[in-house]
Design a protein. Structure first.
Length: 99
């Protein structure tokens, strides 16, 4: 195949020279219909970003026997018969009240 000669004045001058020279273009700074835009200043957060997770709630110990019996009455359906706990409500209260 015969090669076709390139036109010398077509804008291609050489690979190295083209990489170092750039076309001068006007810089456009204003865009859209609005005026100048100034972003809001960000302040540093007052709280740390990572907060420790809340632990399991542990109620304070009850010193009043009446309140402790009431608490045992409410806990019997969940804890009665588990482990060494008696299955009878009265026995469960007596067993846990003396501990």
């Amino acid at each position: 195949m015969q090669g076709i000669d390139c036109k010398k004045g077509s804008g291609f001058t050489g690979g190295e020279e083209q990489a170092t020279t750039r076309a001068q273009r006007p810089r456009v700074t204003a865009r859209g219909s609005g005026g100048s835009y100034a972003p809001a200043r960000l302040s540093t957060p007052s709280l740390p970003l990572s907060q420790p997770s809340a632990g399991v709630y542990i109620p304070p110990p009850v010193n009043n026997p009446s309140a402790q019996i009431n608490q045992l009455n409410h806990s019997f359906p969940l804890n009665g018969g588990l482990g060494l706990n008696p299955t009878n409500r009265d026995a469960y209260i007596r067993y846990n009240l003396t501990r």
